[in-house]
Write a protein that binds this ligand. Sequence first.
Ligand code: SF4
Length: 415
Amino acid sequence: MAQLDVRQKLEILADAAKYDASCASSGTAKRNSRDGKGLGSTEGMGICHAYAPDGRCISLLKILLTNSCIFDCHYCINRKSSNVRRARFTAKEVVNLTLSFYRRNYIEGLFLSSGIIGSSNYTMEQLVEVARSLREDHHFRGYIHLKTIPDADPELIHQAGLYADRMSINVELPTVGGLKRLAPEKDNGRIEGAMGGLKSSIIDTRDAKKRYKSAPTFAPAGQSTQMIVGADAATDGDIVTKAATLYNRFELRRVYYSAFSPIPDASAVLPLQRPPLMREHRLYQSDWLMRFYGFQPKEVLAAADDATGMLPLDIDPKLAWALKFRDTFPVDVNRAPKELLLRVPGLGTKAVANILTSRRWRKLRLDDVARLTVSIAKIRPFIVAEDWRPVALTDKAELKPLVAPKKQQLELFAA
Ligand code: SF4
């Protein structure tokens, strides 16, 4: 490997990390250094932004320790057979970079991942050393998200969790067959085994913390994972099913969906084109339905096309579900329980909370609901209000064009 200075390494290793979308910093413990001790805070907003290939903005120092790797996952630009420039940070360099970026207020924390060098254990030891040094040598109190190497010794993974806010292990692909084909050196059993180990450590330390204040914390922001969308033949149904299983079995905080980006010198087993970004968006919406709207996985699946197993791209999955199950509607905004209100297309969790509060004092009219929502046109066919009843609208055969978002003509010379 050619001798590179830190700036050149940063250029390569920040660029190499952009394909990982699983680095939102929500949900961790509140920590700060207002008492004059230590450095950093998990509460502030970072201003240094990493960009995923599709333009999403992430405010962490997001880097790889190295983009060298002994594995050869087909979808990965850093795979062994890829013809990219390689670089490698020492643990000390990552620590110094994080501290200097933090001091300049460029970032709110560190997202650190790595290719596998030498062995899984050796790589994990390096990741742990970065987190240990930040916390113990420099009293860094900012956010740390560590990507975990699933094959590493469980004891090393445990140590990492004692320093990191969030841990994540990528399941990579929604089906075992897809993983075997595109990442032959990875093993679904080992990945899920490591996730199970993280879950146990999180629960054990949470329980210990309830009993003893001095008990150590372990990954207080929980664990997350990422699935690549569109690199194999998995349907949205497969992806939703896998996500629901992961949430149930491992109490994940988040599943991230990352639309596959074609990479330079791509392997011949990969599709030539990326999936529509809207597909990724619809999967996030379906994820939201399961986590915040009380939808069961099989209900989300019911919104998908029966023949293809794919969610519609032109309308959101909640609207697709409502159009299929019209006998659930109309829902009376003045009487219906929260669970039913959450089924109404166009009513978000905030709007439902506002409806529940407002209706304690008076009967809600259509105008009142309109003030609480973005588009009353979308909602009208699905609700009853004090002065509104949709009559035959809910059963209308051509309801979809009335409630679907209007198609927009793209500008010919738009950037
Ligand atoms: S193990 Fe990780 S870094 Fe290495 S090729 Fe596979 S996805 Fe890429």
